[in-house]
Design a protein around this ligand. Structure first.
Ligand code: DNO
Length: 398
C-alpha cells in the first residue's frame, strides 16, 4: 500500500535503545550512522556491512543514513577540501554496495542543532527540549564575548539577556554551556569555549554567499556521483533556521531551498524535510514549503515546536504545537499519490518521529538517551503520526 516507511533513529547500543526496542515501537526501518568513524574518514564496506547485518538480524532494515557528516574543510573550502570530497564519494559508494541508498547530511558550520535546555519541564512532569533565545544571547554576550555580538541584538533583548545572565548560578551556567557546546549527534562530546572560538575564527571571512558557493561546489561533484550509484542525498535544514554565533546558515527557508535545488537540479540532490527545524521560524509556512519542494523530499522528520516570545520555542507533542501536522500529512500523502501516478518507485518515503519527550518509565534513566531520543516519547510520536497518516489516506481514498 506504499505507506510512509516508518523509521526510528538509533545511535547504537550506548544510548539506551536496543534494536529490539526499535522493532517493538512498530518501526520497520532504522536510521543510523557509523558514529564512531571520525568525520571525513571513508566508511569501509566491511564496517557498513557489519552494522547492516546487526540491523537485519534484528528483523529491521537500514533505511537511511543520518548522517554522513561533511568535514569542515569542505564547508570552508579549505586546502584539504578535494580530498574530503573524494572520501565522501567513496563512502557513498560503499553504502550503495551494501544496498543503502538514502543519505542525510547537513551543512551547518561548526555546530549541529542547538538547544539551550535539555530538560524543560512541562506541566505534567514530562521533559522537552527547548531553545531560549535570551539564554543563547546571554552565553554569546557574556561567556563567549563574541566581538560582533553587541551590534547584532536590540537594546531590549540585550537587557533581557543581562537580567537572565545575572540570575544564573554556577550550576545553571555550566548546564547552559554544556548544552550549547554539545558535539556531534551520537557522541557525548562537548567542546570547550576556546576550541569553539578557534572554530568560529575559521569562518571570519566566510559569509552566507560564500558558504552557499562552497555547498554548491560540493554538491556539483557529489550529487552526480550519487546519482550514478542510485543514492539520494537529502540535506537537513539548519536548526534553528537562523544564523547563530555569527555563523552563516544557508538552509533555512524557501529561498535557500530554491537556490540549492535549482543550482544542482537533479533528483539525487534532495531534502530532508524536517518540520521541527523549518518550523522553528515563524516566517516558514510548512505546508507551502512542502508543496513547493515535495518532489525532492527523500526523508521526513516529523515533529512540532511551540513558538514562544522572543523567538524561543520548545518541542511540543508531535500533533500539537505550531506545526499544522494534519495539513502537512495531507500534503505528504498527496505527494505520494503524485509519485505513484507518475510511476516513481519512491512512494514509501522514509519518515521518522523526530525527537520525543522524556516520559513514563524512560524518566528513570534520563542520562542513557541522546537528548530528544527517548524510546517511549518517540514511540508515542510514531503511533500518533501513523494514525494520522491512516486517517488522511482513508479520507483521500488512497
Ligand atoms: C537532531 C537532528 C540533527 C540531524 C543532522 C543531520 O535531532 O535532526 O542532528 O541529524 O543535523 O545531519
Amino acid at each position: 500500500m506504499d505507506f510512509l516507511e516508518k523509521t526510528f533513529r538509533w545511535f547504537g547500543p550506548d544510548f539506551g535503545v536496543t534494536l529490539n526496542d526499535v522493532r517493538q515501537t512498530g518501526a520497520t526501518g532504522v536510521v543510523t550512522a557509523l558514529h564512531k568513524v571520525p568525520t571525513g574518514e571513508v566508511w569501509s564496506v566491511d564496517r557498513v556491512k557489519s552494522t547492516k547485518e546487526k540491523i537485519v538480524e534484528a528483523g529491521l532494515k537500514w533505511s537511511v543514513v543520518e548522517s554522513v557528516n561533511v568535514h569542515e574543510e569542505i564547508k570552508t573550502n579549505g586546502p584539504e577540501c578535494q580530498r574530503y570530497i573524494d572520501n565522501y564519494i567513496d563512502t557513498l559508494a560503499n553504502l550503495a554496495k551494501n544496498g543503502i541508498h538514502t543519505v542525510c547530511y547537513n551543512f551547518m558550520p561548526v555546530l549541529d542543532w542547538t538547544r539551550t535546555d535539555l530538560d524543560y519541564q512541562l506541566e505534567d512532569g514530562r521533559s522537552a527540549l527547548r531553545y531560549d533565545h535570551i539564554a543563547y544571547m546571554a552565553f554569546d554576550l557574556f561567556v563567549l564575548r563574541r566581538r560582533d555580538a553587541e551590534e547584532e541584538y536590540s537594546d531590549e533583548l540585550k537587557h533581557k539577556a543581562k537580567v537572565y545572565f545575572e540570575q544564573l548560578d554556577e550550576n545553571g551556567l555550566s548546564k547552559l554551556q554544556n548544552t550549547l557546546m554539545a558535539g556531534l549527534p551520537g557522541t557525548r562530546d562537548v567542546i570547550s569555549v576556546d576550541t569553539f572560538r578557534e572554530q568560529l575564527a575559521r569562518y571570519a571571512a566566510i559569509d552566507a554567499p560564500q558558504l552557499r558557493k562552497n555547498l554548491i561546489s560540493f554538491l556539483k561533484q557529489v550529487a552526480p556521483a550519487a546519482a550514478d550509484m542510485g543514492v539520494n542525498l537529502c540535506i537537513h535544514p539548519d536548526d534553528p533556521p537562523r544564523s547563530i554565533f555569527g555563523l552563516p546558515r544557508v538552509v533555512k527557508n524557501s529561498e535557500d531551498l530554491h537556490y540549492l535545488m535549482s543550482e544542482v537540479n537533479i533528483q539525487s540532490n534532495g531534502i530532508t524535510f524536517c518540520t521541527g527545524s523549518l518550523g522553528a521560524s515563524k516566517n516558514n509556512n510548512l505546508v507551502d514549503l512542502f508543496m513547493e519542494f515535495g518532489s525532492r523530499v527523500h526523508f521526513l522528520h516529523l515533529r512540532s515546536v511551540q513558538h514562544q516570545v522572543d523567538d524561543s520555542f520548545y518541542e511540543a507533542n508531535h500533533l500539537e504545537g505550531s506545526a499544522p501536522m494534519a495539513a502537512l500529512m495531507h500534503a505528504i500523502v498527496k505527494e505520494q499519490q503524485r509519485r505513484l501516478d507518475s510511476g516513481r518507485s519512491d512512494v514509501a518515503i522514509p519518515a521518522r518521529p523526530d525527537h520525543g519527550h522524556l516520559l513514563l518509565d524512560d524518566m528513570n534513566r534520563p542520562n542513557s538517551f541522546y537528548p530528544g531520543y527517548s524510546t517511549i516519547g518517540r514511540m508515542k510520536g510514531l503511533a500518533e503520526l501513523s494514525g494520522l497518516e491512516l486517517g488522511v489516506r482513508y479520507g483521500l481514498g488512497f
